[in-house]
Design a protein around this ligand. Structure first.
Ligand code: PMP
Length: 405
């Protein structure tokens, strides 16, 4: 199999758009990726052919919807190499997955217990553990970030101890692109008996994930950064842990029996899936993963690396540009500041030239404070981006520099 970027681009209708007469150069993929036609078709097809509520109907449509919905769960199970399909819980996205676990954790922790998060966390990962600690009287420690934008491994090793009950680490930093050594960090946390959650929002978007190889207890991610729809994601958790984890939302589907005074809980995965699920988007998430994993993964990785390497080379040659985040192992993200101009101005002036980047704190305010910047401009790459688009970004940046001078 080989990798034909023009054939891939053909499958994304939105990439044909123009912005003020200029071709769209979409470099905001860490915020959300665009969707291939087959994912859009999966949504339309569900609503035009078998829309129905799942698990409870006695008719053909309910049966078909349930089968497609549960088949999507199997696709996710294989994608992350989960041992069991029951361990795959549908959520609205990464944020909800983290909240489900943090809510339960708040009830399990005792004063004196410690939770470890990191200085490069997305607010979804940091603020949620802050709240779990406040609810329980536990304390939060955060692994510092080095000047290169890596997690300080020596500091992490020092933090771990018998008080450590929970460790939460981003697989890949959305603001810096750093790929963290999650397997090694999980193994260290396991030596002190802590539970480990990996925030895979940016990790599951670049290829197969192997939760068994990582060794974590929980892995969370969103479909919309993986060529799938918004409003759907997955919490994976080890059956042995999830089966006893305190339930979060209550309601239909998650119960086994109900009396006027009390209730008992359903088995996994339904225990954490209260209410009518987002059936169409779950099916379309399955389609996105099916589509993505059918590509030659080595070629995909090589293409993404070529984009980042080329962008980094041009950034290093660009006068007045500072890259924020120079980790040895990086993926998909070029975050930078210019000597002149606030990141918001850079974003605005790039947009005028058809280039879509993200600017701001990237939901990582403590990380921006660590690097002493108000925010950055961030170009983030996906498989449909081209080297020509990287050229277009830097040609446009030259104009931005002149305009800001
Ligand atoms: N963690 C990371 C590292 C992210 O990049 C994001 C999304 N920017 C999230 C968590 C939250 O994901 P979502 O908004 O899809 O819930």
């Amino acid at each position: 199999m080989s990798f034909d970027v023009s054939a891939i681009r053909e499958q994304f209708p939105i990439l044909k758009r123009e912005i003020d007469g200029k071709p769209l150069v979409y470099l905001d993929n860490a915020a959300t990726t665009q969707k291939p036609q087959c994912v859009i078709d999966a949504l339309v097809d569900y609503y035009t052919s078998c829309n129905s509520n799942v698990h409870r109907g006695a008719h053909r449509l309910a049966d078909e919807a349930t089968r497609r919905f549960e088949a999507a769960r199997d696709i996710v199970k294989d994608f992350i190499n989960a041992p069991k399909r029951e361990e795959v819980i549908w959520t609205t996205g990464t944020t909800e997955g983290i909240n489900i676990i943090a809510n339960g954790l708040g009830k399990l922790l005792q004063p004196g217990d410690e939770v470890i998060a990191t200085g490069m966390d997305h607010h979804a990962n940091l603020v949620t553990w802050q709240q779990a600690c406040k609810a329980s009287g536990a304390s939060l420690k955060t692994v510092p970030v080095t000047d290169e934008g890596e997690l300080d491994q020596a500091a992490y090793a020092q933090m771990l101890g018998e008080k450590t009950k929970f460790v939460a680490i981003p697989h890949v930093s959305n603001a810096l692109g750093t790929v963290n050594p999650v397997q090694q960090m999980t193994a260290q946390a396991k030596q002190v008996g802590a539970w480990v959650l990996i925030d895979g929002a940016q990790g599951a978007t670049h290829g197969w994930v192997d939760v068994q190889a990582i060794g974590c207890d929980f892995y969370v991610f969103s479909a919309h950064k993986l060529y799938g729809p918004m409003g759907i994601g997955v919490l994976w958790g080890k059956e042995a842990v999830l089966a006893d984890w305190p339930v979060w939302r209550t309601g239909g589907e998650m119960i086994a029996t109900v009396t006027l005074q009390d209730a008992t809980w359903n088995v996994l995965p339904y225990r954490f899936e209260a209410g009518t699920p987002n059936v169409a988007d779950a099916i379309a998430m399955g389609e996105a993963i099916r589509w993505f994993t059918a590509l030659d993964q080595e070629a995909v990785a090589a293409h993404e690396k070529a984009l980042l390497d080329y962008a980094t080379q041009l950034a290093n040659e660009f006068e007045g540009l500072t890259i924020i985040g120079k980790a040895k192992h990086k993926i998909g993200v070029l975050s930078f500041v210019l000597d002149q101009g606030h990141p918001a101005d850079i974003g605005f002036l790039l947009d005028r030239q058809g280039i879509a980047v993200r600017t701001g704190d990237h939901c990582a305010q403590p990380l921006m404070a660590r690097f002493n910047v108000p925010g950055t401009a961030r170009a983030s790459f996906a498989i449909y981006n081209t080297l020509e688009e990287v050229d277009a970004l830097f040609a446009a940046l030259k104009k931005v520099r002149t305009m800001l001078a």
